[in-house]
Design a protein around this ligand. Structure first.
Ligand code: ZN
Length: 134
């Protein structure tokens, strides 16, 4: 699944769930569920070309832009008073949701580019690849 889709879903999870301890696992699970759904995807090989970096950058940028717009409109539509402390907590949860919704692909990217992956992550990566729609 393209990163923008994961970013938007992760941001919505963070926006709607108050506890970061629930935002994190739900965001990771959302990634796996979305990857399992048959979908179109672009291919990244070694991240060795400029074009591949542009693709990923555009994908992430688009996702962040849409996430920002959707959350902005949601908050505006709800039109409720949220004090500064709560808005900070909500924003942190949104960022956690985004981060953990794309973390699995980030790990895959680290592996593809630098062949670097901590041993404890290997089963997670294998499970991620197994779940992914082929
Ligand atoms: Zn994935």
């Amino acid at each position: 699944m393209i990163l923008s889709a994961h970013i938007v879903v992760g941001s919505l999870i963070g926006e709607h769930i108050d506890s970061p301890f629930i935002v994190i696992p739900i965001s990771i699970i959302s990634h796996l569920v979305m990857d399992a759904i048959p979908h179109w995807d672009y291919t990244i090989y070694q991240l060795s070309t400029y074009q591949e970096w542009v693709k990923i950058g555009a994908d992430i940028g688009t996702g962040l832009l849409f996430a920002f717009l959707i959350i902005y409109l949601l908050r505006k539509h709800k039109n409720r008073q949220i004090d500064q402390k709560n808005i900070f907590k909500k924003n942190v949860n949104v960022l956690l949701g985004i981060f953990f919704a794309v973390a699995l692909d980030g790990i895959t990217l680290l592996y593809m580019k630098w062949n670097f992956i901590p041993a404890f992550i290997t089963p997670i990566t294998k499970f991620h690849q197994w779940v992914h729609f082929k």
